[in-house]
Design a binder for this molecule. Structure first.
Ligand code: GLC
Length: 738
């Protein structure tokens, strides 16, 4: 409807009707499933308020959303449609790899396509808004939500943030796609100790330099909503932070879309200790311009009294209500409250062959080959006996914790994938060992005692499985172990201080390794695990993340050489959990460790661990070999731009795609500067023996940073350009910025 009409509608609403638009409740209030990820508590909200709310949390499905919409509109005086918002993070029915795997593709264009397909499925299922992308920068693998991030680097994360928002919102204002709600603003991934929901505190310089760019990229790409994060920044919980929400997001960045709190975050201002009760929490949040209250009674009960007492302005609340009405209007909901959702449409677009094909392609590009001793990989189909073993060998639990609308029965297991390459004579399989030694932690997620007891193997089964595995391993030429962390050991509220493989799996691997067969480890995880022991025990290591619906096929294609692995890490793999948080773009310090073999004491290092990660940012192997030569700068002096070129030659007989990475060091600044910062990357297809010259245009804008006076500027002086296949193995050339 016309904007004037929308303003008339706003003015015609009563205060309860206006405030209702700022309240979001979960499905149980609408006689639907209560698919809420968070603490469950009685809200004490009466039906009158429920009948006025503006949006629904995590109810999807064309039939269910249409039925609720119809029921709701019948009762609505002004026929204002409900907004259906859901967690559709990396796929709706076709599930792609977790975002930490998507980050490892270094292929934003491909991920944009994946998110466009996700939007098509989600729209058919009645979702109007998705709480994605999650673009929190993460540098601590203890944090369970590493799973949802594309990694530790602001440039790479920003490229994916833009791609995901663009893919989700394609043709949005013409009825296409679904609205994107970027989250969690801001810096949620910097929780101290990697402990979920913990304090975040850092300099404004680091916040702006490293943590804000990916949210800014999402806002610049036109995301319609922003979700506030649970954490504090500089002593204030973000949901009540005027500095972050009003000063930076709205005024500095010009975002005038809807800000929604994270789950119960407004009422949690009391637990944080910045509000004594719901009334104070409400005042803090609405004055910070948080528009929608997700799943608490605060706005529903406290906004009207605050207005009546003159403690908050009517204009403030009207502005929030108008943003919500505008979003509904921009999505065309007043004309079509279902936005085209129908069961027929669902059948048309869900899990099509094309989507499965795309999911397999994305999954293939997300897999990172971390080790390949003795060139154990690729295996040759039907040439040798292969034992597939481990709790993930024939397990459909490959879609990760946040694939809340995906179906495990759609998933292709690793064993299923192997069966495309090995006949029954060459493929041996047994589970071999249990996933975990103890499942009681699942009780926190609602699993009953009985359910927990049903999980896992009995002692007798464990014995039998081990003996069977060792017997089959002796018959096999190669043993492929599919091991990893339990899906509930990562994701939200999944922080861990021990991020090695589950002990029961480590012991099993040790027993297999003692047979001295060729061994390949496939790692299923939602985070970088500490694989320091495993690198000594196996020949090949394939990092598969939670690879999604087509994970088994993608992994089989790589293991048997149909696909050349091209994934590159977007997050460092620590040598020890004690190094965390860790990231490649660290500062030099006054006593840098200049050589890993340094013998002196008084330098920045540990007594009991190396400084370097086990596997670096940008690292990954392929079945081919690419040589870098002739790094060339267009000049040794730079004004506005500098052309950088490098030759890359595929010296193998296999086609490959190389991710050429360009880093820069600002040698001296008015404040300390990182040893390296990613500035650009290109994926380059190379046939066997093919050589190409790759060109980059480095700009002065890319050299800007927050200087000593907090101006965003580039300072003249010495710089070094590094180019290579990862952050460590680089060639370098110096130049001067004038
Ligand atoms: C959860 C998560 C957030 C999610 C929201 C709604 O607690 O923090 O990412 O979108 O609640 O489910």
């Amino acid at each position: 409807m016309e904007e004037t009409k929308l303003k008339e509608l706003l003015d015609s609403l009563s205060w309860p009707e206006k405030i209702g638009q700022l309240v979001q409740l979960s499905g149980d209030f609408f006689h639907a499933d209560q698919l809420a990820v968070g603490p469950q508590k009685k809200l004490g909200i009466d039906q009158k308020i429920v009948d006025q709310v503006g949006s629904v949390l995590n109810v999807t499905g064309a039939e269910k959303t249409r039925e609720i919409q119809d029921r709701y509109l019948k009762k609505s005086r002004h026929k204002i449609p409900l907004l259906f918002m859901a967690d559709i993070i990396y796929g709706y029915r076709t599930i792609f790899p977790i975002p930490l795997g998507l980050g490892a593709t270094w292929n934003p264009a491909l991920i944009e396509e994946a998110y466009e397909q996700t939007a098509e499925e989600s729209k058919a299922a009645g979702a109007h808004v998705t709480f994605a992308p999650m673009v929190d920068l993460v540098r601590d693998a203890r944090w369970g939500r590493s799973l949802e991030s594309t990694g530790e680097d602001p440039v790479l994360n920003s490229a994916f943030a833009k791609a995901m928002v663009t893919g989700l919102q394609k043709d949005l204002l013409n009825g296409g796609g679904i609205a994107s709600c970027v989250k969690h603003f801001a810096a949620y991934g910097a929780a101290e100790g990697g402990r979920e929901y913990n304090t975040v505190d850092m300099s404004e310089r680091r916040l702006r330099q490293d943590y804000l760019p990916s949210y800014k990229a999402a806002v610049d790409a036109g995301c319609q909503l922003v979700m506030t994060s649970f954490n504090t920044y500089d002593g204030m919980p973000v949901t009540g932070s005027k500095f972050l929400l009003e000063d930076i997001l709205r005024k500095e960045w010009g975002f005038d879309g809807v800000i929604i709190s994270d789950y119960a975050a407004i009422q949690e201002l009391i637990a944080h200790g910045v509000a004594t009760d719901d009334r104070e929490a409400t005042k803090l949040a609405i004055e910070a311009t948080t528009d929608i209250d997700m799943k608490t009674p605060c706005y529903a009960k406290e906004l009207e009294p605050l207005i009546e007492d003159g403690e908050i302005s009517t204009e403030l609340v009207d502005r929030s209500v108008y943003r919500v009405l505008k979003l509904k209007n921009d999505l065309g909901l007043f004309e079509d409250p279902y936005r085209g959702a129908s069961q027929e449409q669902e059948e048309c677009v869900f899990l099509t062959e094309e989507k499965r094909h795309l999911a397999k392609k994305v999954s293939s590009e997300s897999v990172v080959l971390l080790q390949n001793k003795r060139d154990v990989l690729p295996l040759t189909p039907n040439q040798e006996k292969v034992l597939l073993v481990g709790p993930y060998g024939d397990n459909q639990e490959l879609i990760g914790l946040w694939a809340v609308h995906g179906k495990r029965e759609d998933v292709v297991t690793i064993k299923k994938g192997f069966e495309h390459y090995l006949d029954s004579e060459h493929l041996l399989y047994t589970q071999g060992c249990d996933m975990l030694e103890d499942y009681t932690f699942l009780g926190e997620f609602g699993a009953t005692k009985d359910q927990i007891e049903q999980l896992g193997l009995t002692d007798a089964m464990k014995e039998q499985e081990l003996s069977q595995a060792l017997t089959l391993a002796k018959q096999a030429d190669t043993v492929v172990l599919a091991l990893g962390e339990h899906t509930m050991q990562s994701g939200e509220a999944g922080s861990r201080t021990d991020i090695t493989l589950p002990k029961i799996q480590q012991d099993f691997l040790q027993k297999i390794a003692e047979l001295n067969k060729k061994t390949v480890l496939i790692v299923i995880s939602g985070r970088p695990l500490v694989l320091t022991k495993e690198v000594e025990l196996v020949d090949g290591i394939v990092q598969a993340w939670f690879p999604g619906t087509e994970g088994g096929n993608a992994l089989a294609d790589i293991i048997f050489g149909q696909t050349n692995p091209t994934g590159r890490l977007s997050m460092s793999f620590p040598y020890s959990v004690g190094q965390l948080p860790m990231y490649y773009s660290e500062f030099k310090t006054g006593r840098p460790l200049t050589s890993p073999t340094h013998k002196g004491r008084f330098v920045s290092k540990y007594l009991d661990s190396q400084n370097d990660p086990l596997f670096s940012f940008g690292y990954g192997l392929s079945y081919s070999k690419v040589m870098y030569t002739d790094l060339t700068l267009s000049s040794e002096q730079m004004h506005e731009t500098l052309k950088v070129s490098v030759k890359v030659k595929n010296i193998s007989k296999r086609t490959t795609t190389e991710t050429v990475q360009l880093y820069v060091q600002d040698v001296t600044g008015s404040v300390v500067r990182p040893v390296k910062e990613l500035k650009a990357f290109q994926k380059v297809a190379l046939d066997a023996d093919e050589e190409k010259t790759v060109y980059f245009d480095l700009t002065k804008e890319e050299l800007k940073f927050y200087t000593k006076n907090m101006t965003f500027d580039a300072e003249p002086g010495a710089f070094i350009v590094f180019v290579g296949p990862n952050v460590k193995d680089t060639q370098e050339k110096s130049f001067t910025l004038l």
